[in-house]
Design a protein around this ligand. Structure first.
Ligand SMILES: *Cc1c(COP(=O)(O)O)cnc(C)c1O
Length: 402
């Protein structure tokens, strides 16, 4: 293939050149006396990405899934009850992981296309007067359906019920892309991974853990070894790790965090919103529907788009990839074959987004979906053209959510 391939899956995301170069370092001594000069500020700056002052950052060589495991095994006891809603493949998998660890999960099944049901969470928490529920799980951004949930609302439900359960958030496809506020929302553990908003290869689970959740480790009794917070705490405090750290990834993370903080987290969020909005305009122009049922669920990192009945999104992905070199996200589990996804997170700009839209449009027409040629691209163009300085002059009314 000539030119560049289009990577528009919702993780791994495109890596900025500066970050890619930062990954390429000679191997170094991970017990060197000057290593803490690199690691201690890195922990502190990663914490800023989560908007936290007091939580502790953990960097495990793992993918995001390992972060889920670290969150529960360091805080809970076999048989503990956790409250969780299931509305996509990722919320489902976290629940499965809890069950395999012998936790009792109170599952609330929600239609795919909606997110965390705040009223039901509130009712369950109020009814649990003996505080059997030890942790509440919330998938901030369900990547399967392109649905973002209201984490501040989950915190309110806990507070209104006067419930002491820990709040665990899967932020793998939201943190460093969609508004996230660890301290303000009273999140106890936020789990992320390196290959989405952090714009790195897969290879790190990135966690932020509140002091309250750290306390819970003294009660925790699930089997854990590699992911034990205690070993990390004992060595991280001096800037080291209990085992060989993935130094290349940590250098990449340094470059990625520098970039995010330099742009400013609120600008990062505004940029994702702005690029996502162009995609939503295109979907509208195609006359197609998002999997997200209402605007309040719209995700700024991924759009899951229903093809009309009778078309197979697997065929669409294959066509887009093999004919145009464009990778789109597949429909997973319940929506397999029905939806395709455009990942619009990480290092992207308007023209790259339009590459995804043009590729989708051509491949849809190739498999027989009757979208007007150029209609989605045109809608996105006109939206982006209004903003002279891109998302930076996202004026109210001009770049409103809907
Ligand atoms: C990608 C993702 C994960 C975890 O993925 P890994 O492949 O283990 O990094 C978890 N939750 C959500 C919402 C995700 O998007």
């Amino acid at each position: 293939m000539n030119g560049i391939a289009g990577l528009f899956v919702p993780g791994p995301t495109n890596i900025p050149e500066a970050v890619r170069r930062a990954l390429d370092v000679p191997m170094q001594d991970h017990r060197a006396p000057d290593l803490p000069e690199f690691t201690l500020p890195l922990f502190a700056d990663v914490r800023k990405v989560f908007k936290s002052q007091s939580a502790q950052v953990f960097l495990f060589p793992s993918s995001g899934t390992g972060g889920w495991e670290a969150a529960i095994t360091n805080t809970l006891v076999p048989g503990d009850k956790v409250l969780a809603a299931r509305f996509g493949q990722f919320s489902h998998l976290w629940i499965e992981l809890c069950r395999r660890h012998g936790l009792e999960v109170e599952i609330i099944d929600v239609d795919w296309g909606a997110g965390v049901p705040l009223e039901i969470y509130a009712d369950r928490l109020k009814a649990d007067t003996t505080h059997e529920i030890k942790a509440v799980l919330a998938c901030h951004n369900e990547t399967t359906t392109g649905v973002t949930s209201d984490i501040a609302g989950v915190r309110r439900a806990l507070d209104d019920a006067g419930h002491p359960a820990l709040l665990f958030v899967d932020g793998v496809s939201s943190i460093a892309s969609i508004d996230f506020r660890m301290d303000e929302w009273g999140v106890d553990i936020a789990v992320s991974g390196s290959q989405k908003g952090f714009m790195l290869p897969a290879g790190l689970a990135i966690l932020c853990v509140s002091q309250k959740a750290l306390e819970a480790r003294h009660r925790a009794a699930l089997a854990r070894c590699y992911f034990d917070f205690n070993d990390m705490i004992a060595t991280n405090k001096d800037g080291y790790f209990p085992y060989t750290p993935a130094m290349s990834m940590l250098h990449g993370l340094r470059a990625s965090v520098d970039r995010l903080l330099e742009e400013g987290m609120d600008n990062v969020f505004a940029r994702h919103h702005y690029l996502a909005e162009g995609v939503r305009r295109a979907v509208d122009a195609w006359g197609l529907d998002l999997c997200a049922k209402e605007p309040k669920w719209h995700s700024d990192t991924v759009s899951a788009i229903y093809l009309p009945d009778g078309f197979d999104s697997g065929a669409l992905l294959k066509r887009a990839y093999s004919r145009y070199g464009v990778s789109l996200g597949a429909g997973l589990s319940k929506v397999a074959g029905k939806v395709f996804r455009i990942g619009h997170l990480g290092d992207l700009n308007e023209i790259m987004v339009m590459m995804a839209l043009a590729g989708s449009e051509m491949a849809m027409r190739d498999i027989g979906v009757q979208v007007e040629p150029g209609s989605g691209v045109a809608a996105a163009q006109e939206y982006y053209r209004q903003a002279e300085n891109g998302y930076r002059d996202a004026k109210p009314g001009l770049i409103a959510a809907e």
